[in-house]
Design a protein. Structure first.
Lengths: 196, 196
DNA sequence: CCTACCGATCGGTAGG
DNA sequence: CCTACCGATCGGTAGG
């Protein structure tokens, strides 16, 4: 009879993925070695391979966890009956909070996805392109409704998403401003820049 | 008697630095090998070392070329007698144009500087911090003059500088918008977001 | 500018 | 989970 202990060693793999996120953020995916990772987990490098298939798999897990999170969120926002400008603010606040609370994973999915290997690389790029298009549609609805300034929607998406990634610098510096203040400041500047 | 051809092989090194910028942008500093670089220049890897000292030196040259360029520009802007909001627009337009025309170098100096080694790494970080502080001072002057919305100046700097780096995505995509249109769109959104 | 080559380190496997 | 180890590749040097 099999033991009650089922096959799931999920918790062990989770520890490795979390450690990988911290390491990839700190050193960059290419510069981070599996020996670094093993040391931070507290095992020998070879032992990692009982829980994961490859270094790439770790990057893949991190990037798609983040992509799916934002994907699910925008799906909920789209079906709400809020006005476009409100939807935009909801999306933006979610981005800001994720960048504050979950920033290692988000950072990696923003900056290091290009080291993904090719079936996954294309999937990731498609998902990303799709997300931005849906984001732009909401802005275009706001323009059509006369709530948002008449600007190129995809330029606005570019600006807004990259602006949020600036929170990385906030994390690096000893921040004199709290996360809440940062969020309100960002919302003010970005939403006012778009509003008519 | 020495030939007229003086010792300056500056042009040869320039070719290597340019090729390195293209390669570091395409693959990332760590993932780009000196053999890749040699191939793109058309020589064997060992031959590169007659013109450069190390891989790090290439990164160093690229990062400080860019940092010095922005440094000189902000120095000129500071001494002009324009109003703060106009200074801000001048700075922003310079950032946007550099990101459009000179984007490989600027991208590397934005994203890959962390692979610099330590005497240079600290210098670079200091220069960067100093630049952002001077940028923030201009915003604060605009707030004091009542031209600019009352927001945290360093958050505004963060947003604005990172927003501009979004032009990287514009380069990657087959752009439907011209550089000029992109510039005007960015200026509209960002300056309106700051204006009172 | 090239050939030849170095020591270090990489991701990953075999076998227990 | 460990020891032992692999082939590949890295940045860089010697010597001409």
């Amino acid at each position: 009879m099999a033991r009650i202990r089922t096959g799931k060693d999920g918790s062990r793999k989770d520890v490795i993925v979390k450690a990988a996120a911290a390491l990839f953020h700190e050193k960059g995916y290419k510069a981070a070695s599996m020996r670094d990772l093993a040391e931070s987990v507290g095992v020998e490098a070879a032992s990692l391979y009982n829980h994961i298939r490859s270094k790439t798999e770790l990057l893949h897990d991190i990037c798609f966890n983040v992509a799916n999170l934002f994907w699910e969120h925008i799906s909920k926002v789209e079906t709400s009956d809020a006005k476009p400008i409100e939807k935009l603010e909801t999306l933006l606040r979610f981005h800001i909070r994720q960048m504050i609370e979950n920033f290692q994973e988000v950072y990696i999915s923003d900056r290091e996805w290009r080291y993904l290997a090719d079936p996954y690389l294309s999937n990731f790029q498609n998902q990303r392109r799709n997300y931005r298009k849906r984001f732009a549609v909401i802005i275009e609805q706001g323009i059509a409704d006369g709530e948002i300034n008449k600007i190129d929607a995809s330029t606005a998406v570019l600006i807004v998403l990259h602006a949020v990634s600036g929170i990385e610098s906030w994390h690096r510096s000893k921040h004199k401003i709290s996360g809440e203040e940062l969020e309100e400041n960002m919302i003010t500047i970005l939403i006012d820049g778009l509003k008519k």
